[in-house]
Design a protein around this ligand. Structure first.
Ligand SMILES: [Zn+2]
Length: 323
């Protein structure tokens, strides 16, 4: 009998769902965009209907469903199954997500934060495969992450641990969405690249970027800055260099605290890898502790868009192994 898991990744812009074997092979996958103006209830009803359809089709063919994992962008109290905050669907705040799934799906559902799911996915089938101690970072609109110690995800008292994007890098830094200041997220995300580009333009050193967006500041995005950097624009490249120095400081903290074997970096901003990794490794070489810094490898994520699906499925699989 074919055994299978279902992993769902409810990200910032898209929902991805996959049918996954216990060995980590994705047999089938669907993907659709999130209507960010829509209600959380509509999004979740659609998700449940897709999860049920995929399961039923397999079960009809005598496949055996092991479990379902769902990774969701946002801070989720895993103990009580309540969403604290979700950046993409605002009215998900306060939603009793575990009760909702229990009511609508007759199978066991494990809920996970999306960045934790990314980290577990890379650990199971990607760039941290075989590691017992590793960290994952996703550089997107914000900075998400997860920390695995002795083969297990670090969860904390309420399942909210591992928010690497909110490590404080500079006490007087720009305000962060979390209510703090100077977090890694305001230096190493797509939003941060945009801010740094606008500041550069203001200082009169972002001429190439300004030209590339037709002098329309509203069109300045991290993607545009990356494009200009690829054309050899030194000022655009310097923005990624600066981002790399701050990201390096964040990684120094992780290296000194957790002594990881690897740190896996993914997310759309990581496409600019060649433009920031130099200053990341230089900062680590200068600032991290002897010993841990020799051991750690900083690597690019390998699972692409599938990391979240795989990690959510892996969460369901490992929850089953524990109980
Ligand atoms: Zn923050």
């Amino acid at each position: 009998m074919v055994k299978f898991l279902i992993g769902a990744d409810v990200g910032a812009t898209n929902v991805r769902i996959g049918v996954v074997t216990p060995e980590g092979e994705i047999l089938e996958r669907i993907e659709y965009p999130i209507d960010s103006s829509g209600k959380a209830s509509a999004l979740l009803e659609q998700l449940v209907s897709n999860l049920n359809d995929l399961s039923e089709q397999r079960i009809k063919r005598a496949n055996h469903l092991i479990g379902i994992g769902v990774g969701i962008a946002g801070t989720i109290d895993l103990e009580r199954g309540i969403v604290y905050e979700s950046p993409n669907i605002k009215d998900l705040k306060g939603f009793r997500i575990r009760d909702f799934f229990r009511e609508k799906i007759s199978r066991p559902v494990v809920i996970e934060n999306d960045a934790n799911a990314f980290t577990l996915g890379e650990g199971w089938m990607g760039a941290a495969k075989g590691c017992q101690h590793y960290c994952g970072l996703t550089l997107g609109t914000g900075v998400g992450g997860g920390i695995v110690v002795e083969g297990r995800l670090l969860r904390g008292a309420e399942g909210l641990a591992g928010e690497v994007g909110h490590m404080v890098i500079y006490s007087e830094g720009p305000a962060c969405g979390c209510g703090g200041r100077g977090c890694l997220e305001v230096y190493a995300s797509g939003t941060a690249i945009r801010r740094m580009a606008l500041e550069a333009i203001e200082r009169g050193v972002g001429g190439g970027i300004l030209k590339w967006v037709g002098r329309d500041l509203a069109r300045v995005t991290s993607e545009k800055v990356f494009e200009v950097a690829q054309y050899g624009d030194i000022e655009a490249q310097e923005i990624f260099n600066e981002m790399g120095r701050y990201l390096g400081l964040g990684l120094v903290n992780l290296i000194n605290l957790f002594n990881p074997e690897r740190i896996v970096i993914g997310g759309k901003v990581s496409q600019a890898w060649d433009y920031f990794i130099g200053s990341v490794t230089e900062t680590i070489r200068e600032r991290a502790m002897e010993g841990p810094k020799e051991r750690v490898e900083i690597v690019r994520a390998r699972c692409g868009d599938d990391a979240g699906i795989l990690g959510a499925a892996y969460s369901a699989l490992s929850a089953l192994l524990v109980t």
